[in-house]
Ligand binder design. Structure first.
Ligand code: SIN
Length: 520
């Protein structure tokens, strides 16, 4: 590839493919092999997984490599009938899974973790090919994903109830924790593996069974997880996967959110979709765990260590090409440090970011998931420029869904990019003067997932940390996610917490047992 495109310019992969296809109709096959997913990959599964069986549907849908637009697999397009079968299977399996001891469930989750770890390279390749992220990041996602199975295999054995002192001598008060039941797990494309295990690890540890509907763009990682679950010995019906196309998603989603046998809907995705699912789940009063959109402020105060702040900004903004819910979306930089910060950040972007196919060594920035995603970034850039922002780096959409990492200065709060989540590699910098001003801008949002603060003034750090209206705060740190800590937002960023000792709570009911008639 480097011979064809020595500089590995941002768009060289799709552009070269297209050019060669035009010039030499015989060449595409060879070029396609350059970036092809090995179809005999041991973990490549293309059918749904229901009640411990691989099931076909009436039709299939294509899974595309977002970097090249090439089809990498055809997957069974499950519909409402398969979704209902999966719910029924999960309900049946729940009756025995909940009776297993916590230790037994723990051992199986641990085995699943071990298998993921043993197969990390294959799992990472699937992630790179279906969602576009660089292989190194995919490997990190596999480790992150597996860590939730490990964490919840440990937490499974710590689901304690309470014995509460009773006001009556003839009674004892017991608070028992019990699994809620069948859990519908609806997950996004930006972390095709980790967003499944973060939910499923908790659900299975609690004694619940699950039906997973992976994102339309990225079903392969979910199906590979099913293969490993089976190898780990997770019983039939406990973990089900119903992949489906964009067209079938509404009808499958409806089954998963309305079937009376489902006890909880757990979703990660946009706030708009979360609201639709919540409305559907309301009719049968299901529990809901919602991890929705963010609009993270990244505040750099004059006292910040500039090297640390630039490093944090790079990590927090450009992970997965800006496509995470906790990516910094608005950079608020105090006047005294502003110019130096922007200059140093620009240099870091030049030095560290390299676009290309995720499987190409050295790539740090893959494509966005599709052309709509790239179009959204372009729209935010042109809106900002039309209102007076300056493009310091990038600014252009390249071929396919590749987008240049973009640095904007002179950004003001009337611009689109400061009002809505970007989900792309756009870094808009707003200059501010006072702490009050920064906090007012940071909190002027209907969502509140993550927020970041860079300062070396301890009193300021405490004030800002407490005042930020977000569920997650990074102080002098841009990468925060870990299974030990809680993940979730306030306001319209969602309901509940994932990971940490709290992540299992959504999958448990507390039953009060009044044990009376005792002779004192
Ligand atoms: C997300 O983008 O929804 C998850 C990001 C993370 O877990 O760090």
């Amino acid at each position: 590839m480097s011979r064809l495109c020595p500089s590995m310019s941002p768009v060289c992969v799709p552009r070269t493919l297209r050019l060669l296809r035009q010039l030499f109709p015989g060449l595409p096959a060879a070029m396609q092999r350059l970036y092809s997913l090995d179809v005999s990959a041991p973990l490549l599964r293309t059918q749904g997984y229901v009640d411990g069986r691989w099931v076909s549907a009436a039709s299939v849908f294509p899974v595309l490599d977002p970097a090249t637009g090439q089809e990498i697999a055809r997957v069974s397009d499950c519909g409402p009938a398969e979704a209902k079968q999966a719910v029924d299977a999960a309900f049946k399996a729940f009756q025995s899974w909940k009776q297993r001891s916590a230790k037994e469930r723990s051992v199986l989750l641990r085995r699943w973790f071990d298998l993921m770890t043993n197969h990390k390279e294959e799992l990472a390749r699937l992630i790179t090919f279906e969602c576009g992220k660089p292989l190194q990041e995919s490997l990190s996602e596999v480790a992150y994903s597996a860590s939730f199975l490990e964490w919840f295999s440990e937490e499974a054995r710590r689901v304690y109830g309470d014995i509460v002192p009773s006001p009556n001598k003839d009674r004892k008060i017991l608070l028992l924790k019990q699994p809620v039941g069948v859990s519908s797990i609806i997950t996004p494309w930006n972390f095709p593996s980790a967003m499944i295990t973060r939910k499923v690890g908790a659900a299975l540890a609690a004694g619940c069974t699950v039906v997973v509907k992976p994102a339309e763009d990225t079903p392969l990682s979910a199906l590979a997880l099913a293969e490993l679950a089976e190898q780990a010995g997770i019983p039939a019906g406990v973990f089900n996967v119903v992949p489906c196309s964009r067209e079938k998603t509404p009808s499958v989603g409806e089954v998963l959110c309305t079937d009376p046998l489902v006890a909880i809907v757990s979703f990660t995705g946009s706030t708009a979709t979360g609201k639709v699912l919540l409305r559907m789940a309301a009719d049968t009063v299901k529990k809901a765990s919602m991890e929705l959109g963010g609009h993270a402020p990244f505040i750099v105060f004059d006292s910040a260590d500039i090297d640390v702040a630039v490093r944090g900004a790079m990590a927090s903004k450009f992970r997965n090409s800006g496509q995470t819910c906790v990516c910094s979306n608005r950079f608020l930089v105090q006047s005294g440090i502003h110019d130096r910060f922007v200059e140093q950040l620009g240099r870091a972007m030049d030095a560290e970011l390299r676009l290309g196919h995720g499987s190409e060594p050295g790539t740090t920035q893959g494509p966005l998931i599709n052309s709509r995603a790239a179009e959204k970034v372009v729209q935010q850039v042109s809106d900002a420029v039309s209102r007076g922002a300056k493009v310091l780096k990038g600014g252009k959409r390249l071929d396919g869904s590749f987008m240049e990492p973009t640095l904007l200065a002179d950004v003001t709060t009337d611009m689109l990019c400061t009002k809505e989540e970007t989900f792309g590699p756009l870094l808009p910098v707003i200059r501010f003067n006072t702490e009050e001003e920064a906090l007012a801008i940071a909190n002027a949002s209907n969502v509140g997932l993550a927020g970041y603060c860079y300062s070396q003034d301890v009193s300021q750090i405490w004030r800002v940390m407490e005042a930020l209206e977000t569920g997650i705060v990074g102080i002098n740190e841009g990468l925060l996610s870990t299974p030990e800590a809680s993940f979730g937002g306030v306001k319209e960023s969602g309901l509940g917490r994932e990971g940490s000792k709290y992540g299992i709570d959504d999958y448990l009911d507390v039953k009060y047992v009044c044990f009376g008639g005792l002779k004192p």
